[in-house]
Design a protein around this ligand. Structure first.
Ligand code: PLP
Length: 372
């Protein structure tokens, strides 16, 4: 699915030098590399504050802690996403409220969000799934009307642009009150271990969060709030700082592969290719995900694997049907889209090192199967 080795080989010298520099400096925790990367990412995103932390799941949890959400508060998020999002909501004893997604964009359904709002609702967590922003303008407007926080789960869309209806462009993860991201190796900006970050334009919230990630300390050995220990280590920051310089070209390579996939599948009535806005960089293709119609998706997965083609099903089970997150208030009729998508979706290999020959082999194998 990803070719981390091929990507590494192109930046090996810079990465190795920078990692060795950290080893030599012994500044393994909170060293200068962490601060440099933080500043460079703030500049890249056009956001006032980046607070690095240990992983993307922590980033979501810390964002919610920073907002002061309290047990029993309801948090609305998408049924069709990775479990981390709902997991941290539940872990903080907030009440997850899962809602359906849009069949075209796969992102949280704005009308379903509106319907799910109660007097207990405190926050909405849109997930920019597979690399494309949720409908943030609508979500921010709902949030404003109901006095809710918006936490963007930007683990899959770093570097993508969001365009407002007036043409203004901003980076994903800079629109809500706060956002989280993950630097898991296979993400668009991935390190060589675990890492994550929180973004916000709010100075007070940034200050609160900087304390939370460091045991609730705002002054050494004074613990004002219950915090956590969540840090990005210096070695990972050194690697990320080099990869950040390449992020736009990495996302361009993903887009090129997505365009080649799109061209190959064009007009095939058994395949729905990903929704594309006619705006540059609106989709950074963390995943290239098809819907397979009139054909057995699971048999296709098996066939591709037999042909030596990796593929993934993101995600095979709706969160509302997961044992840990079942809730008697949920009604199957409210999850029509997710229930359908889990049967149809398949994600093809997507990374920065795909070549024409690989894409030709993958697409012809898929087409032969769905047309037979
Ligand atoms: C990867 C991911 C996370 C979690 O990130 P980790 O760094 O693995 O903890 C959260 N949300 C989404 C949507 C993700 O894709």
């Amino acid at each position: 699915m990803v070719d981390l080795k091929g990507q590494y080989s192109k930046i090996k010298e810079a990465v190795d030098d920078s990692v060795l520099e950290v080893l030599d400096s012994t500044a393994y925790i909170n060293g200068p590399k962490v601060h440099e990367f933080q500043k460079n990412l703030e500049h890249y995103l056009g956001v006032k504050h980046v607070i690095p932390c240990a992983n993307g799941t922590d980033a979501l949890q810390i964002a919610m802690m920073g907002l002061g959400l309290k047990p029993g508060d309801e948090v609305i998020t998408a049924d069709f996403t990775f479990a981390a999002t709902v997991e941290v909501i539940a872990l903080l004893q907030l009440t997850p409220v899962l809602v359906d997604v849009d069949p075209v964009t796969f992102n949280i359904d704005v009308d379903a969000v509106k319907k799910a709002i109660t007097p207990k609702t405190k926050a909405i967590v849109p997930v920019h799934l597979f690399g494309m922003c949720a409908n943030m303008e609508a979500i921010m407007s709902i949030a404003e009307d109901h006095n809710l926080y918006v936490i963007e789960d930007n683990a899959q869309a770093i570097g993508s642009n969001y365009t407002y209806s007036d043409g203004r462009k901003v980076k994903a993860g800079t629109i809500g009150h706060v956002a989280s991201t993950s630097f898991f190796p296979s993400k668009n900006l991935g390190c060589y271990g675990d890492g994550g970050a929180i973004f916000t334009n709010n100075d007070d919230l940034a200050h609160t969060i900087r304390g939370i990630v460091n045991h609730g300390m705002y002054e050494r050995y004074h613990h004002d709030v219950v915090g956590v220990n969540s840090r990005l280590d210096s070695i990972q920051a050194a690697i990320l700082d080099i990869k950040l310089k390449n992020l736009d070209s990495y996302n361009k390579a993903r887009l090129k592969a997505a365009n080649a996939y799109d061209d190959a599948f064009k007009g095939n009535e058994n395949i729905v290719t990903p929704f594309r806005e006619p705006i540059e960089n609106s989709h950074v293709f963390h995943q290239y995900t098809l819907r397979i119609l009139n054909s057995d998706r699971d048999a296709l997965v098996k066939h591709l694997n037999e042909q030596g083609i990796p593929c993934g099903v993101y995600y095979p089970i709706p969160l509302h049907r997961q044992k840990a997150y079942q809730d008697s208030r949920y009604n199957e009729a409210d999850f029509k889209v997710t229930n359908q998508l889990v049967k149809e979706v398949i994600s093809l290999p997507m990374h920065t090192e795909l070549d024409d020959e690989q894409i030709e082999f993958i697409t012809s194998t898929v087409i032969k199967f769905v047309n037979s």
